[in-house]
Ligand binder design. Structure first.
Ligand code: HEC
Length: 215
């Protein structure tokens, strides 16, 4: 017991010696047991810094580089990603209703871009035809990949498709982080072209050519 008391007293002295009394003030930074990267040797934005010749920690973008919040060109208008615009949200401004039609002017150039985006990002699962028979279904890994020619999906508004492509749905991941706004609308325009390719009827064919098709 004597030894215990002596060791205990020594421990108390050592701890108080190192850590000090509770409530005492010190000019030293406090003792961090788990610093969790609270202090980092980095430059904070918008602060003074002697390292650069401008005296600021923030730097101007290098000429020719692309800022993250680049506006989207919609016809003659520029739309920024923070605006409440159908281009950004896929919804009628001020409401939660999806817009009926693609707000991008649909041009041959947009469709071409859409084909690229679709073949790179979507075809792996939905197949280049959009029928859902991509690799996951063939190897039996993901049986639920949607057939984009499904009547229900053909009937969805462009705004709702944009929402699915941006934020995903069930097993499908969202593409808001990977695809710029314009590319998502381009993929949707191309998807509509794919769907249309299967919705044609004999009435769409010029009269003169119809008899050849019927054979
Ligand atoms: C990793 C596989 C995968 C990729 C890649 C993928 N999808 Fe999907 N997608 C799915 C699955 C699985 C579903 C079915 C989700 C469900 O359960 O409703 C689906 C559903 C959909 C639907 C139907 C949504 C609905 O309302 O039912 C659309 C439209 C769609 N995808 C478009 C796209 C487009 C456009 C791309 C490319 C940008 C893409 N998908 C890329 C797996 C994928």
């Amino acid at each position: 017991m004597r030894y215990f008391l002596a060791i205990f007293a020594l421990c108390v002295l050592a701890i108080v010696g190192v850590l000090g009394f509770r409530g005492s003030h010190s000019r030293q930074p406090s003792l961090y047991i788990f610093p969790d990267m609270e202090r980092q040797p980095k430059l904070r934005p918008q602060t003074a810094n002697a390292f650069f010749d401008t005296g600021m920690s923030s730097r101007l973008p290098v000429a020719g580089t692309i800022a993250r919040s680049q506006p989207v060109q919609v016809g003659p208008k520029l739309v920024y990603p923070w605006e409440d615009s159908p281009v950004v949200t896929g919804r009628v401004p001020g409401t939660t209703n999806f817009v009926e039609w693609n707000p991008m002017p649909v041009t041959a150039e947009l469709l071409q871009r859409g084909q690229q985006v679709f073949d790179i990002n979507c075809a792996a699962c939905h197949s280049k035809l959009g029928d859902g028979n991509g690799t996951p279904k063939r190897i039996g890994a993901m049986a639920v990949v949607a057939n984009l020619h499904d009547k229900r999906i053909v009937g969805l508004t462009d705004g709702e498709l944009f929402n699915t492509v941006s934020y995903g749905r069930n097993l499908m991941q969202g593409y808001a982080g990977n695809l710029p706004i314009r590319d998502r609308w381009a993929a949707i325009a191309y998807l509509r072209a794919l769907q249309l390719s299967r919705l044609g009827s004999l009435d769409d064919v010029p009269e003169a050519a119809r008899s050849a098709l019927k054979k």
